[in-house]
Write a protein that binds this ligand. Structure first.
Ligand code: ADP
Ligand code: TPW
Ligand code: MG
Length: 576
């Protein structure tokens, strides 16, 4: 039912307006949740949307709302919607829109904007800014709607742009005047568009499948790399069948962990450097050869010559860093199904020599790690604390895991096994700090499952105020802040001896748990793995918003976690 809200008594016709047309267009397309921050010109819009049954979640900062929308898009394959006010609110949301685009997550940033006539003449309107122009380079598509009768088409274009092909961020500019524009209700209803088949299947060319299978057949040491595109595609059964039919070891990228369980016999996660170096044919499924895979070349990939097969929906991704000998362009579900079809029943599995060597290496590495995870040191080190959280996730494989930080990120990624698809959400392609609380909120809202967030103390600070949001909506979120007094470590000193602490160091002995108590949530200070375990289990069972301040030895971490090599070095400071 479209919302009819007034009757023009002079002509006796039913009227609707911009406010209601936007709401009706969103609902018609199943976009039933909005993440945002109210203010001019969208305050009433938020109220009306709530009144019409849309879930409107108000945040304390647009960036966190935007991150929430971006990950909602990843989890649901529908564009996550973020709603912001003009200029500053828009800019706060823009980081998240760029993040969505970079990570290939479908998202729509809807922002109110000032009057076009004044903005274009630069006459200094309230929150004046040419938002459309600014958004354009940071998103997949950007649209502005000036007339109420175009709202339906405008939203339809935004939805298609966000989810079709390689998903990404879309900007939708709605000038203040649009909201109040009135039109005939019947005509308004007719102007709305329910998008049919928003992300059409993209069937790979049969030749590309044959080429890929020929390359795979020639392999002695094949490897499959699963990326978050494969997780996003929700072709879980087909991907599993491909991995198991081929018998090829697989390496999950961070957010693809759990697409197949990390405990799967073919998982090579714990033998990463070995499989990258020694493999001869690598099949990438929804993973780019970007910095996270050392661009497909150099030391990490060893001396053995490599052939790459790449499955991706984006044709321009092929040959982005190294030659792709077998590009397979299409959606992952269709591509993997076609490969499986071509493999038939008599496909020869990867050789036992190769898979045996990978398994041996993996088991050695796992065994080496095991005792470290059982320590009960106080203050904790990363391994002791993560050993506990690893068991908690093993016992609760349905829980969502949010993870950001440096050491806190890299070590958790390596230590905490995942068992089900799309359960691990983290800093993504940019290694961005600040996704934490927005991701927690969207994960809880979109999945209805309990959420465990493993947060560096610095990482947490970027979105920490959203603990109020978590308490306000009473979400089942348990945040563990790995408090090592700073960025990477809390032990740096100011070499001048001056009063300022070093740039990486925070207040010592902070009690982040008390932030949660301020809003009625549960706060716990945990100084040992045993205390941490008790507190997290209680939080996961109760579903009460909880923040645990996990006291970590300030000397335990290393510079930039696992990526210290990316820091530029000064010849001058080395000389000293
Ligand atoms: P990771 O960081 O996990 O390595 P990336 O974000 O680098 O993953 O790569 C994801 C890739 O998946 C992108 O190149 C994107 O085009 C692709 N992709 C996303 N959705 C699909 C889909 N449904 N079918 C095929 N490819 C997809
Ligand atoms: C938006 C740079 C990378 S990691 C990090 C920063 C500031 C914080 C690391 O400290 P944390 O973890 O979280 O306490 P730990 O366990 O190592 O102590 N701004 C943005 N993104 C990034 N990546 C940075 C800054 C950075
Ligand atoms: Mg820290």
């Amino acid at each position: 039912m479209s919302a009819v809200h007034s009757i023009d008594t002079s002509t006796e016709q039913d009227l609707t307006d911009g406010f209601h047309l936007i709401i009706d267009a969103l609902k018609l397309n199943g976009l039933n949740t909005i993440y945002g921050v109210p203010g001019i010109p969208i305050t009433d819009f938020g109220r009306m949307a709530q009144a019409e049954g849309i879930r409107v979640l108000s945040f304390r900062h647009e960036q966190a709302a935007g991150y929430a929308a971006s990950i909602a898009g990843y989890l649901t394959k529908k564009p996550g919607v973020c709603l912001t006010v003009s200029a500053p609110g828009f800019l706060n949301g823009l980081t998240a829109l760029a993040h969505a685009t970079t990570n290939c997550f479908p998202m729509i940033l809807i922002s109110g904007s000032s009057e076009r006539e004044i903005v274009d003449l630069q006459q200094g309107d309230y929150e004046e800014m040419d938002q459309l122009a600014i958004a354009k380079p940071l998103c997949k598509a950007a649209f502005r709607v000036l007339h109420a009768q175009d709202i339906g088409i405008g939203l339809a274009r935004a939805i298609r742009a966000a989810v079709s092909g390689r998903p990404g961020g879309v900007y939708l500019d709605l000038p203040a005047k649009l909201f109040g524009q009135v039109m005939n209700a019947e005509a308004g209803k007719k102007s709305l568009v329910k998008v049919i088949d928003a992300a059409p299947a993209q069937i790979p060319a049969p030749d590309s499948i044959k080429r890929a299978l020929d390359v795979l057949k020639s392999a002695k040491k094949p490897l499959i790399i699963l990326g978050k595109g494969a997780a996003y595609a929700q072709a879980d059964e087909a991907v599993k069948a491909l991995v198991e039919t081929s018998g090829i070891p697989f390496l999950p990228m961070s957010m693809a962990k759990g697409l197949l369980p990390d405990t799967h016999p073919q998982c090579a996660g714990a033998a990463r450097s070995t499989v990258l170096k020694d493999s001869d044919v690598v099949m990438l499924i929804g993973a780019r050869l970007n910095w996270l895979l050392s661009h497909g070349k150099g030391k990490a990939w060893g001396d053995a010559p490599k052939k790459f097969i790449q499955i991706d929906i984006e044709p321009k991704e092929m040959d982005s860093n190294v030659e792709i000998v077998a590009p397979v362009v299409g959606d992952i579900g269709s591509c993997v199904a076609a490969l499986l079809d071509g493999m038939g029943k008599s496909w020869t599995k990867a050789s036992a020599d190769w898979t045996g060597a990978v398994t041996k290496k993996r088991d050695e590495n796992v065994a080496k790690m095991a005792p470290k995870l059982m320590n009960n040191n106080s203050p904790m080190d990363y391994h002791g604390a993560l050993g506990v959280l690893r068991t908690i996730i093993a016992e609760r494989p349905d829980a969502m895991l949010v993870n950001e930080g440096a050491n806190t990120l890299d070590l958790a990624r390596g230590i905490v096994d995942m068992y089900k698809p799309r359960k691990r959400i983290d800093v993504g392609t940019w290694g961005i700090m600040g996704i934490g609380m927005g991701y927690c909120i969207a994960a809880a809202v979109e999945t209805g499952k309990p959420v465990l967030a493993i947060e560096g103390d610095s990482a947490f600070g970027f979105s920490g105020m959203e603990v109020e949001t978590i308490c306000r909506y009473n979400l089942p979120v348990c945040i563990v802040v790995f408090n090592n007094d700073g960025i990477y470590r809390g032990t740096d000193v100011n070499p001048t001896g001056g009063p300022d602490v070093a740039p990486t160091v925070f207040v010592k002995g902070s009690r982040y748990d008390m932030m949660m108590q301020a809003f009625g949530g549960v706060g716990v200070n945990a100084t040992s793995p045993d205390e941490l375990k008790r507190a997290v289990n209680e939080a996961m069972d109760s579903g009460k918003p909880t923040l645990i301040n996990a006291v970590i030895d300030p000397a335990a971490g290393s510079e930039s976690g696992r990526i210290g090599n990316l820091n530029p070095q000064s010849v001058l400071s080395k000389k000293k």
